[in-house]
Design a protein around this ligand. Sequence first.
Ligand SMILES: [Fe+2]
Length: 285
Amino acid sequence: MINTIVTPYAFANNIRWRHSIYQGEIYKLPASQVSTELVNAIQQLLLKTFAINELNFNNLVNIHNVLSEADFFAAMKLIRRELFEQPKYTELLSKYLLNLGFKQGEVAFEPLRLRAIRHNGHLTERAKAVYYAHRDTWYGHAQSVIVGWIPLHNQAIHQTFEIYPDWFNRPVSNNSEVFDYNQWRSGNNDKIIGWQKKDTGLTAVYPETTAEVPLGRRIKFSCTQAETLLFSGAHYHQTLKQTRNLSRFSVDYRLIHLADEQQQLGAPNVDNRSRGSALQDYIRL
Ligand SMILES: [Fe+2]
C-alpha cells in the first residue's frame, strides 16, 4: 500500500521509481537532515507570526483554543506570503530536492504551500473546498505531477488524509471542467501564493465529485515530523476532518520531471478535464 523507504537518497533519479509513482505507487520517505531543517524553519515562522506567549512546537496543535478563527486566518495569510516571497524557503526546498537525488534543470516545482486544518474547520462554510475528495490534477496540474507532503509535527492516522487507490485508474464523476488555471490566477497573485480573500471559498467554483463514490480501499497513514509522503497528483484523496481538539499543520509541493512531461509520461488521465497549466508558475530547480 505505502512503500516505506529507508534510504531514498540518490535513488530519486531512477526512472523506474518515478514511473512507479505514475502507476499509483506511494512512498514514505524518512525525515532527513534537510527535511528537518525545512520543517524547523517553517515552525519558527509559524511561532513568530502567531506571537503567542507559551505557544511552542509541542502545543501548536492547540492553536484553535488560543487564537480566534479570524486572527488565525490573518496570521496564515502573512505566513503563506512569507513562505512564497522569502527566497530562504524556496532555497531550502531546492536543497531538499537535490538531496532526494533530483538534478538541477531536470525538475520544476511549486513553492511550498502551508496547510493548516483547524479543529472543526470543516464546519466553516468558506473552507468547504479543502475537504472535497479530489485529484490535484483537476486543478490544472499535469498528469505527471508528483506531490510531496511533509508533516510539521507527528500525526496520528486520524490527523492526516486518505488516498483511494481503487479510483486511480477509474473515472470519478466530477466537474473539473469548471477549473481553468489561467482564469483562476488572472490578476490575483495571492492565489498563486495559496491565499485568497476571506470569502472566496463561498463564491469560487472548485472541482468536486458530482456523484456518490463508493470509496473502496482507503490508504491511511500516520507519520512523524519531517517525513515525506510522495504520490501521484492523479490519486483520488481527501483531507480528514479534525474533530479531536487538535489542529494539524503540513506543507506540500508539486513536482514535475520536465523530460517525463515532455514525453507525455505520467499517470493515466481517466477523468481530468481542467484547463490551463499550473506549470507556468513552477520554479526550475
Ligand atoms: Fe490534494
